[in-house]
Design a binder for this molecule. Structure first.
Ligand code: TTP
Ligand code: MG
Length: 242
């Protein structure tokens, strides 16, 4: 079982069966424990596919994805699920209560831990306003909570699981700028020591990332800090301007 959560992509190429061009082309990068790696790029650039490759939703045709040096295809589904928490681009809640949804990744979490995760995910207030609090029913698909609330519950769920690796797929763009800022201010303490990978649309979400990967057409076309990319990466400059 992985112990640190260091993710490495080495020359990874992946295409869907029957497609002419790969959706990920020769991608190499390392996401280090204790650091935040951000991924930005236009729609269809391959950001979600990149995250899905870490979870082995599919396997690359070329290259390797490793966690702490072990190829992810040598890990069991359970080991992967224990090590990596994904907040998907379209979060899914199942029928139950807020508490059962939050405990999905770790059933023995205490109520205090759920509240703490909700505090960080900026979901504490709306859950406190529910008549039954943590025991408020959630309908299948979460149709009785708003999109923004679903997003925050999904983030809280990942925090409750305390994984080695957090994958946030566009988890902050649906939040207003102020909530996004509060959440990101609280996140470093809550995810301390973990490998954090944030796919973002807004540059303001990722300016403080240790490393930013710029993706375009399945390729990593730039990497560096915000300041470095502002100076030398045209694609990034274009994203900042838009
Ligand atoms: P994505 O990885 O989904 O692109 P993205 O996450 O960067 O885009 P967005 O910002 O809109 O979330 O897709 C990359 C390419 O792969 C794109 O051409 C669509 C294709 N694709 C499929 O064909 N099937 C799939 O299941 C997925 C996820 C993507
Ligand atoms: Mg996506």
């Amino acid at each position: 079982t992985p112990a640190a959560g260091r993710i490495e992509f080495d020359n990874v190429t992946f295409g869907f069966p029957g497609a002419e061009t790969p959706v990920i082309n020769s991608a190499s990068f390392v996401a280090e424990p204790g650091k935040t790696t951000a991924i930005i790029g236009s729609t269809g650039a391959g950001k979600t596919v990149l995250l899905n490759l870490m979870l082995r939703l599919y396997d690359p045709q070329q290259g390797s994805v490793t966690i702490d040096g072990a190829p992810v295809d040598k890990l069991t589904r359970a080991q992967l699920a224990e090590s990596i928490s994904l907040v998907p681009q379209r979060p899914y809640l199942f029928g139950g209560t807020i508490a059962t949804n939050l405990r999905f990744g770790r059933t023995d979490a205490s109520d205090d831990e759920l509240w703490e995760a909700l505090r960080v995910a900026q979901g504490e207030d709306f859950v406190r306003e529910k008549e039954l609090g943590l025991d408020e029913p959630v309908s299948q698909g979460g149709t009785n909570v708003s999109g923004g609330q679903r997003q925050r519950l999904s983030i809280a769920r990942a925090l409750v699981a305390k994984p080695l690796v957090y994958l946030f797929d566009d988890s902050f763009s649906a939040l207003d700028v102020a909530t996004d800022a509060r959440l990101r201010a609280a996140l470093p303490d809550a995810t301390e020591g973990a490998t954090t990978i944030i796919v973002a649309q807004r540059v303001s979400t990722i300016t403080e990332a240790d490393q930013i990967l710029v993706m375009e057409g399945g390729e990593i076309v730039g990497r560096g800090t915000h300041d470095e990319l502002l100076t030398d990466n045209e694609v990034y400059q274009e994203i900042v301007r838009s």
